[in-house]
Design a protein around this ligand. Structure first.
Ligand SMILES: *[C@@H]1O[C@H](CO)[C@@H](O)[C@H](O)[C@H]1NC(C)=O
Ligand SMILES: *[C@@H]1O[C@H](CO)[C@@H](O)[C@H](O)[C@H]1NC(C)=O
Ligand SMILES: *[C@@H]1O[C@H](CO)[C@@H](O)[C@H](O)[C@H]1NC(C)=O
Ligand SMILES: *[C@@H]1O[C@H](CO)[C@@H](O)[C@H](O)[C@H]1NC(C)=O
Ligand SMILES: *[C@@H]1O[C@H](CO)[C@@H](O)[C@H](O)[C@H]1NC(C)=O
Ligand SMILES: *[C@@H]1O[C@H](CO)[C@@H](O)[C@H](O)[C@H]1NC(C)=O
Ligand SMILES: *[C@@H]1O[C@H](CO)[C@@H](O)[C@H](O)[C@H]1NC(C)=O
Length: 582
């Protein structure tokens, strides 16, 4: 019945291209399918994990093999407590191959997907489904590779044709999978105008037609439809509920990387957690909810990388977003590029505390949180995730403060699992004081800088927290003067002397003006003139500026000073200058 209805549609509203586009054999499935509402299916996603791209995150091609998807990766994800896996594309799966875009074996009008590739995708999806987790399968980077309706040379007819053909084939291959498989039309489609929004609404419709034409259980399968950029505002502005297939269980998702500067470590924003930071987050969620009161929805991507964000601020952010998302009934799916959260080759989590904070908060359990600076006007940043001792200073007892949220401390243990004795620490209220005698076992005036110990604090409820004890001085570089050469990314060896990360980079010209983003003068003292992340980056032994960043410096036609700032941050201190001449 469905098929004949569709055929009339095809010969009516749509032209010849469409009938070809839907050239699929509507199939019937053996076995059974457990119908589920979109609301129930989405509720079952929480918490979720994205099998994110590793191509843009790993330092070199050679690391690729480590990132191939293994069934063990999914088992580890499940064992950690995740209930769903979003499979954005399988970039991680095969060297030199990125998304569906490069898997077509012919072109218009058939756009046949490489069968070997389809097999691989099915294998990976099956591995996840076999574990009992929910799976969201989408069309991902295609959104900017060939399906970008904003491109100046965009051929909308061809985008529609190709998109439909792609979903016909995915829909056919996955038609008989269980109701734990959710289809997502397209990831973060670019666009900003009514015309772009209209075109996307059309693509959502075509997606529904394609999967329904493919048959199987697809007419009952839950789908996640797409809004422009998957952002709260543009989705609210332009998304219109598809007219076709009124019985299809559907919902929406949005992606949340806000505040952008904090989650991407841009413009020196290493602090988060003021009342206005929190209000902004609630207001973003509220805006979406108000526009889509009765539409089931989830947060398909969110995250703040443990590699670059300051831990105490990050824990606060995860605690707050998890509580907020729960209050709005929006499941959260973590974006994990492969270099951020789960270390796939090692099967370890880079910061398990972040996950514990999230999961406890989502369960409504109070977490103790490390206190930290939240005032945007602050001139130094204090954090309860690290205790810093400067080389050259005598050893003295030190304190760290916590937001107890009703909890009490139950133990302090070393990384070897030894409990500290009551003479080594005290904790009246929210202030943990470590004795001079204990700290003297970790460092002295002249000890080599670095992380000397990571203590674990356990509380009466909620997450345990780690406290890094760090001996620090100012990092050094063998070369601090460079002539700007825009031919290749510039990688500068750096010897850290404390935490192995660059906290922020200030970029100043000889005449005192900022290299870029003059508007940052309106930000707090720790953010003025700081460069956005992306043009610079760091890893454990290197500070890098990419070609794009070098071009910006070249265009300035002046000597540029980059001031690298480290944790603990304090205005004018703990920094290292690099000079770039024209
Ligand atoms: C399909 O992909 C496989 C694996 O990458 C490759 O060996 C094969 O040549 C491709 N087939 C076509 C027709 O391109
Ligand atoms: C646009 O795409 C359609 C379908 O592939 C094709 O027939 C047409 O020639 C294309 N138009 C241009 C201007 O390339
Ligand atoms: C819906 O979203 C639009 C666009 O962001 C916004 O202007 C409007 O205030 C929102 N409506 C409600 C009721 O929140
Ligand atoms: C949880 O924390 C909040 C905020 O600090 C506090 O008001 C509440 O009493 C705490 N709940 C428990 C059970 O301690
Ligand atoms: C500091 O500790 C190191 C061993 O870590 C030791 O060799 C050195 O003598 C100590 N220095 C002082 C001033 O106590
Ligand atoms: C760069 O600045 C010098 C003066 O310092 C000037 O002579 C030259 O024309 C400038 N070059 C460009 C490309 O603006
Ligand atoms: C680093 O450069 C800035 C100018 O951008 C200057 O104010 C500061 O004194 C320099 N600091 C050091 C340690 O050289």
């Amino acid at each position: 019945m469905r098929k004949s209805a569709l055929l009339s549609l095809m010969s009516g509203a749509f032209g010849g291209v469409q009938s070809l586009a839907f050239r699929t054999i509507s199939q019937s499935c053996t076995g059974s399918f457990t119908p589920i509402s979109a609301a129930a299916a989405f509720a079952a996603l929480d918490p979720g994990w994205n099998l994110g791209n590793t191509l843009d995150a790993t330092p070199d091609e050679g690391s690729w093999n480590n990132a191939r998807v293994q069934a063990t990766t999914f088992s580890q994800i499940k064992a950690k407590g995740f209930k769903s896996i979003r499979i954005p594309d399988l970039q991680t799966y095969d060297k030199n191959i990125v998304t569906w875009a490069y898997h077509f074996v012919d072109s218009s009008p058939t756009w046949t997907v490489n069968a070997t590739w389809m097999d691989r995708v099915e294998t990976v999806v099956d591995q996840a489904l076999a574990l009992g987790v929910s799976v969201i399968l989408n069309v991902h980077h295609d959104s900017w590779i060939w399906a970008d309706v904003t491109a100046s040379n965009a051929n909308l007819t061809q985008i529609e044709e190709k998109f439909t053909r792609l979903w016909s084939q995915i829909g056919t291959r996955f038609a008989c999978k269980s109701s734990k498989l959710i289809f997502e039309a397209i990831n973060e489609p670019p666009g900003s105008t009514q015309a772009h929004g209209d075109e996307l609404n059309k693509l959502n419709d075509m997606f529904l037609q394609a999967i329904n034409a493919a048959g199987g259980w697809n007419s009952q399968r839950v789908v996640s439809l797409s809004g422009l950029g998957m952002d709260t505002v543009k989705t609210s502005q332009f998304f219109v509920k598809p007219e076709l297939f009124p019985n299809q269980p559907w919902g929406l998702q949005f992606h949340y990387y806000s505040p952008y500067d904090f989650v991407t470590s841009a413009w020196g924003k290493t602090i988060w957690g003021s009342d206005s930071d929190k209000a902004a987050l609630v207001s973003d969620f509220q805006l979406f909810k108000s526009n889509f009161t009765s539409v089931p929805a989830f947060v398909g991507e969110f995250g703040a990388s443990p590699v670059t964000t300051e831990p105490a601020a990050r824990w606060k952010w995860f605690d707050f977003i998890a509580r907020t998302a729960k209050s709005f009934n929006y499941p959260l799916i973590l974006w994990d590029s492969g270099a951020d959260d789960f270390n796939r080759p090692a099967n370890t989590w880079n910061d398990p505390v972040t996950l514990d904070v999230w999961f406890n908060a989502a369960a409504g359990i109070n977490n103790t949180l490390a206190d930290s600076t939240t005032d945007p006007q602050a001139t130094s940043q204090i954090t309860g995730a690290s205790l810093f001792h400067k080389v050259g200073e005598p050893v003295y007892s030190q304190s760290v403060t916590y937001l107890m949220n009703g909890n009490t401390l139950t133990s302090v243990k070393t990384s070897a699992g030894t409990a500290l004795s009551s003479s080594q620490y005290s904790m009246p209220g929210g202030t943990l004081t470590l004795s001079e005698t204990y700290l003297a076992t970790l460092y002295n005036l002249t000890s080599t800088p670095g992380i000397k110990e990571t203590l674990t604090l356990t509380f009466s409820s909620g997450t345990s927290l780690t406290l890094q004890i760090v001996q620090y001085s100012t990092p050094t570089m063998a070369t601090t003067t460079y002539k700007i050469d825009t031919s290749t990314d510039l990688q500068m060896p750096i010897t850290y002397a404390g935490l192995p990360v660059v906290a922020a980079v200030k970029a100043i010209l000889t005449d005192g003006s900022f290299l870029v983003d003059d508007w940052t003068k309106y930000l707090g003292p720790l953010q003025q003139g700081r460069w956005s992340f992306g043009d610079w980056s760091c890893d454990k032994g290197t500070f890098s500026v990419n070609v794009q960043g070098l071009q910006v410096m070249k265009a300035a036609n002046q000597t540029v000073t980059l001031t690298l700032e480290f944790f603990p941050r304090s205005l004018g201190a703990n920094l290292l200058n690099i000079t770039f001449t024209q």
